[in-house]
Design a protein around this ligand. Sequence first.
Ligand code: NI
Length: 200
Amino acid sequence: MTGELYAARCGTISSTPSGDKVPSGRIEPVSTGQGQERTDLNLRLLVRLRDQALEVRRLASGLSEELLSRRPAPHQWSLKELVCHLHRVQQIFETRIEAMLAEEEPLIDPYDPEHDEEFFVLAAKPTAHALGHYLLGRERLLGRLRQLAPEQWRRSGRHPEFPHYDVQFQVEYMVYHEAHHIYQMLQRRALLESGAAEPF
Ligand code: NI
């Protein structure tokens, strides 16, 4: 899929509106119409969801349980807690996607991680538990999303904060929310490896 996706973007000379030739490899896609751009975005989101899961696995591997559980500061999540959060968010977002696919304009409840009992249950177990379930969940979600027709990506729900809320927006939101936490995982891990993070 990746090859196809990027072959469509690179290796061709595109023209600007003035007719000037521009070099190949531009990041900006050649416009092929709204529908095609949406489909291309969907493909890029799937690639990112797959790749990001591999990064989560990499950043949460090869450390002792004690280090994985160590918070860099009292109010900052440990690597283990970040994995638990990503797993819970994935579960919640998958449930929302299924609701939007099955129902007409379902009401989307905002997620409040501070009061999520299941997060605390997960965080009390070894990191491998949450990580394993997160990876299985990602495979299942990718399999599901790959099967969706373009019109299914447009199935929508009612979210109190976002007026245009559909499956595609939900997946895109998930990608960037997760990327933000992967950045935190990278920072946490670097601190642990430098020995700067003291136990709390
Ligand atoms: Ni978050």
